[in-house]
Design a protein around this ligand. Structure first.
Ligand code: OOB
Length: 536
């Protein structure tokens, strides 16, 4: 894999090791030590399943052996698409033990995204489920496998074939390099398809360990995985991995709605969970009329998109727990409000970085110079768990990172003297649909594949529930008159995640041009976004 990802410069890596951030441990070795420390304690619960740490560890060993027997070799990438089921954990740890590199697809992804992940990573296999939420994932995976030459195997969790694989005799497999790539996460993206984010064992375990500490996870904590667990936030902030790191129990919620979540909170005495703002708002509403006992809940993390002040103020009283804001990104940097922060900081900021060695710069987006303290600017960051480059994306990396290795987050922030950040907006061409990120350009490309479309520009429009929704402005080709429903259907049928199908479609005769007559996409989107705002 070397050459595909941009490692930290050797002297920087040496510093992170010397500071004790990177400890030379892999995820497989981590699970071994957790199993010996917390053997009989519950590790994961979901559906009819309840596995303790010993059982989780043993399953991961068997799956690792089974994957190796299936012909998968250390370093092979494997697209992994699983919903919130207990099997997620032994499968992922099994992959890590076999030295495989999972590519974390979300259950919402469809043919178009999966084919791209598989092709771009030259994946050797796809691991998925059969039918889930009325979609046949196995069929989609097989279709992708027939399109992408590198994909030799489709493994379906829940099938007999997979049960056989998972019954393999455990054996010691060579432990991978802790500084090597452990998995590929997905970026929210702003151009084209989501970029692949190479995270190492060392860097990720550091962020998980510190997240667990900052969120005060202990062996008797119970973490509810409400959001799709493959996403960086419920995976590691502190997420299911943070919970395991602390010896706590993970409860897998099949769906994030209030009914399902409240039922599980009551039944399993859940102490902590993480949600996106629209879900927090729905839970706040539902809490007013629930008969469930939510008294075990101590902390609700809210992040993924901006949690407005009003919502922030309602969470504690409605749910009887403490709010913890989290502002993070799959590329690395994660900020939390601390549990002992003053109320005003918890309600009014999105937290401060995990690590004393996270470097944060707030710069003028045009000149790149640092803004005065407290002023708004573009957030740049560099640190012990923030990547130095996307996977196989040399050209994009030149724009997304500064020459000295800072990641350009695309977020506009203000920094307080305490280091806490307030997220005030975004400079990147991305729509944040209640935490689900939509790259404008990706959707535009789909629209432009329609013969009746001459040009397309996708912008965010404000939405009281999701924060933002997508609006596609479309200029028809000569003689054509595509309608909104037709175009939405067209995008959906191209096999993309449902959250990327434009919420609104506006067919316009021409796009506005700027004063100098520029019609660049960037200018257009800005003009259309301004127009959408004035229409509100
Ligand atoms: C999380 O990760 P991603 O990679 O899906 O999205 C990152 C982007 C950030 O650059 C920012 O634009 C937005 O999501 N974001 C927030 C936010 N948290 C994330 N914007 C405003 N306020 C917040 N609290 O979304 C993610 C990863 C780890 C932990 C939490 C969230």
């Amino acid at each position: 894999m070397s050459g595909d990802h941009v490692p930290w410069p050797p002297e920087v890596a040496a510093r992170h090791r010397a500071a004790g951030h990177w400890r030379g441990q892999t995820f497989g070795a981590l699970l071994t030590s957790l199993a010996s420390a917390y053997a009989e304690r519950t590790a994961v619960v979901g559906g009819d399943v309840r596995w303790n740490y010993t059982e989780l560890d043993e399953r991961a060993h068997r799956i690792a052996a089974g994957l190796a027997d299936a012909g998968l070799a250390p370093g092979d990438r494997v697209v992994l698409q699983l919903p919130n089921i207990p099997e997620f954990l032994p499968v992922v740890f099994g992959m890590w033990r076999a030295g495989l590199v999972p590519v974390f697809a979300l259950p919402a992804h469809r043919h178009s995204e999966l084919r791209y992940f598989a092709a771009h990573s030259e994946a050797a296999a796809i691991v998925t489920v059969g039918e889930h939420e009325r979609h046949d994932h196995a069929a989609t995976a097989r279709a992708v496998a027939s399109d992408v030459d590198s994909v030799r195997r489709v493994l379906v969790v829940g099938s007999e074939e997979f049960a056989d694989l998972a019954a393999a005799e455990p054996r010691e497999l060579p432990d991978p390099d802790p500084e090597g790539v452990a998995f590929l996460q997905l970026s929210g993206g702003s151009t084209g398809m989501p970029k692949l984010i190479p995270r190492t064992h060392d860097d990720y375990i550091y962020s998980v360990r510190e997240s667990a500490r900052i969120c005060a996870l202990r062996p008797d904590s119970v973490y509810l995985a409400a959001l799709p667990v493959a996403h960086n936030y419920p995976l590691s902030s502190p997420g299911v991995l943070g919970a395991l790191h602390a010896g706590a129990a993970v409860v897998m919620a099949p769906r994030p709605d209030a009914d399902t979540a409240f039922r599980l909170i009551e039944a399993e005495r859940v102490t902590i969970t993480g949600v996106v703002p629209p879900l927090a708002a729905a839970w706040v509403q539902a809490a007013a009329r629930t008969e469930r006992d939510l008294s075990s809940l101590e902390v609700l993390l809210v992040g993924g998109a901006k949690c407005g002040r009003e919502l922030a103020e309602r969470i504690g009283p409605a749910l009887g727990c403490r709010l913890q804001q989290v502002f993070g990104m799959a590329e690395g940097l994660v900020c939390y409000t601390r549990l002992d922060d003053p109320e005003e900081t918890v309600l009014g900021t999105q937290g401060r970085p995990i690590s004393p060695d996270d470097e944060v710069r707030v710069v003028d987006p045009d000149t790149g110079a640092d803004v005065a303290p407290g002023e708004t600017g573009a957030l740049l960051t560099r640190g012990p768990y923030t990547i130095r480059g996307y996977y196989r994306a040399e050209e994009h990396n030149a724009a997304a990172f500064t020459p000295d290795g800072f990641y350009r987050t695309g977020d506009l922030v203000r920094r307080r003297p305490t280091g806490h950040l307030e997220v005030v907006g975004r400079a990147k061409e991305q729509i944040n649909r209640g935490g689900e990120k939509v790259a404008a350009e990706e959707v535009e490309n789909h629209l432009m594949a329609h013969p009746g479309v001459l040009d397309a520009a996708v912008v965010a429009v404000p939405d009281p529930y999701l924060g933002e929704r997508t609006c596609a402005y479309v200029v028809p080709a000569a003689g054509a008159s595509p309608t909104g429903p037709e175009l939405r259907g067209f995008v959906r049928e191209r096999g993309v995640a449902a959250f990327k199908v434009p919420d609104l479609v506006q067919v316009v005769e021409r796009f506005p041009v700027t004063g100098v007559g520029k019609t660049s996409k960037r200018e257009l989107r800005a003009a259309l976004a301004a127009l959408a705002r004035t229409k509100e």
